[in-house]
Design a protein around this ligand. Structure first.
Ligand SMILES: Cc1ncc(COP(=O)(O)O)c(C=O)c1O
Length: 385
């Protein structure tokens, strides 16, 4: 398959293409969207074939995920791509990553409990963190353009009774990949203060340097929640998984899914797509990474330095984090210009905690990326006149 292929997604109940007005207001439905993080790429052929084959069977009764085909595929993916050993027992199916985080927080620390995470952060985190007592640590860019956390502030929070640290590895929206050294240090603090490290690794496969899953370093205090859905563009098929080495926590989670929320039967297409993706689509991911890196380079060439814009190739993800602080343009003006002049729906950084940034989703054919870049340029130019 060619990642250049343009496929019309309008009229498919696509959140990104068919519901633009929900995010960008009335009269915006004809904009070209670069918004929520799914991609405009077809899933790899083996996944399409597997789904077609299963559809042909014609019966979609209740199903199960707790079998070797599902668990072996996840185990194999972590072993081959991340040199990380996952015990089969640790694997638990979950309807979605956000469901896993929300459930684990509620069950492990209770509503109102103390949880720490970074800012800027994925807006989905902000929504589910509302019922909790939130401790924030700012990710700051150093002079080399690397995002750094503040370990002193983390330790202060842990001393104050924080019970869970919610990490995103790699980070959405900054694209930061946590280094082995940083993770070791964070895990050390978690051990010292009896804190659980909960890492959302959903963006792990789209990366431009090595990603270390926390379970490679420690399996006593760490939980990973992830999914094949970001990489293979299958979120509407449903399903994700949690990797929980601590049996006590795993039992609580499984009991909650089965007994309280009654969502134990997985979506069969979620299970089949995960198995196929992890068993057969590694090369497709390598090609996707190459394509996306080229698109990142294009965006940087066009926009970095353009009338004061700053942008660099993110370490991971297909999300470009564009800084407009030095343009002296006000956020509200830029938002309006992007819609009226640029005709593009680009996420404003305020959704993630930084009002001087834009988040441009480049998970699409380069032809579309060019429309986004031109739209941003026209909008900025108009405001700089
Ligand atoms: C960091 C992160 N976690 C979770 C999700 C959503 O995952 P799910 O749909 O499985 O809840 C997203 C989607 O954008 C994301 O960026």
């Amino acid at each position: 398959m060619s990642f250049d292929e343009i496929i019309n997604r309008r009229g498919t109940y696509s959140t990104q293409w068919d519901y633009i007005e929900d995010r960008f207001g009335e009269g915006t439905k004809d904009l070209t969207p670069f918004s929520i993080s799914d991609t405009d790429f077809k899933s790899p052929q083996p996944i399409l074939d597997a789904i077609l084959q299963r559809t042909g069977h014609g019966i979609f009764g209740y199903s199960r995920w707790n079998h070797d085909d599902y668990k072996n595929s996840i185990q194999k993916w972590y072993q081959t791509r991340y040199k990380t050993t996952i015990e089969k027992d640790w694997i638990v199916y979950s309807p979605s990553v956000i469901y896993s985080i929300s459930t684990l927080l509620e069950r492990l620390i209770g509503l109102g409990g103390k949880v720490m995470t970074h800012t800027p952060r994925y807006d989905g985190f902000t929504k589910i963190l509302k019922p909790f007592n939130l401790y924030e640590v700012e990710l700051k860019e150093d002079e080399d353009g690397v995002y750094r956390t503040d370990f002193f502030k983390i330790e202060d929070g842990f001393k104050d009774g924080v019970k869970i640290f919610l990490l995103c590895n790699p980070e959405n929206p900054t694209g930061k990949i946590w280094s082995y050294f940083e993770l070791e240090k964070l895990i050390g603090l978690c051990e010292k203060y009896d804190v659980i490290l909960l890492s959302d690794d959903i963006h792990m496969d789209i990366a431009r340097k090595e990603v270390t899953p926390i379970l490679k370093i420690n399996s006593k205090r760490c939980v990973i929640v992830s999914s094949a859905s970001k990489t293979f563009n299958t979120p509407a098929l449903g399903g994700s998984y949690a990797l929980i080495p601590m049996q006590e926590i795993r039992d609580i989670f499984i009991e909650h899914i089965k007994e309280r929320d009654s969502v134990a039967s997985p979506t069969i297409f979620g299970v089949i797509s995960t198995i196929t993706a992890y068993n057969s689509c590694g090369e497709w991911v390598d090609e996707l990474n190459k394509y996306l890196t080229k698109s990142c380079e294009y965006v940087v060439n066009e926009l970095d330095g353009y009338k004061g814009l700053k942008v660099k190739i993110p370490e991971a993800t297909y999300l470009m984090w564009i800084d407009f602080k030095d343009t002296n343009i006000k956020l509200e003006d830029l938002k309006r210009a992007l819609i009226e002049v640029g005709k593009v729906a680009v996420m404003s950084g305020e959704n993630y905690g930084d009002s001087y940034k834009l988040r441009l989703n480049i998970g699409c054919p380069l032809e579309k990326v060019k429309i986004g870049v031109e739209g941003i340029k026209r909008s900025v130019e108009k405001l700089c006149k």
